[in-house]
Ligand binder design. Structure first.
Ligand code: DQA
Length: 146
């Protein structure tokens, strides 16, 4: 069975109450419930994790990459700062879809640069939480890892 790890980074635990005008009203629990339901419908094993800690995300990306699981990653602010996340993706060979709920390119300049974009398979930006579902769809249209 195909494995997809849905990894959310810092402050995404606050979805639903954090700047709802930008990120919407859905909570992280809502997103994860939708992912799990989609996984059941499509016959894909979905693992959902969130952390505010960079090193934990590094470990989870490595785990996914080394086990052949695909990754849907919203790295939050670490997108714009983290060489370590980029190295984890490159080093473990993880196939990653980068997701952003908001259109980062329509926001502050510092959100326009992503350290991880050059090492991911694709990027889904600005579709709200639908981006996570679109990322599952995109991965299923790609060849399985093994
Ligand atoms: C975000 C965009 C980032 O710039 C921000 O730091 C986040 C969320 C998004 O999903 O739109 O935490 O990744």
């Amino acid at each position: 069975m195909r494995q997809i790890h849905v990894l959310n980074g810092p402050n995404l635990n606050l979805l639903g109450r954090r700047e709802p005008g930008i990120y919407g009203a859905a909570t992280l629990a809502d997103v994860e419930a939708e992912m799990r339901a989609l996984g059941e419908k499509l016959g894909v094993a979905i693992t959902c994790r969130q952390s505010n800690h960079e090193g934990e995300l590094v470990t989870w990306i490595q785990e996914a990459g080394l086990s052949g699981a695909d990754v849907i990653l919203n790295a939050g602010a670490y997108t714009h700062t983290s060489v370590a996340l980029r190295d984890a993706i490159k080093g473990s060979g993880a196939r990653v879809i980068e997701v952003h709920i908001s259109n980062v390119h329509a926001r502050e300049e510092f959100r326009h640069h992503s350290y991880i974009s050059p090492v991911v398979a694709g990027i889904i930006v600005g579709f709200g939480i639908a981006g996570y579902r679109l990322a599952v769809q995109a991965l299923l249209e790609m060849k399985p890892n093994s």
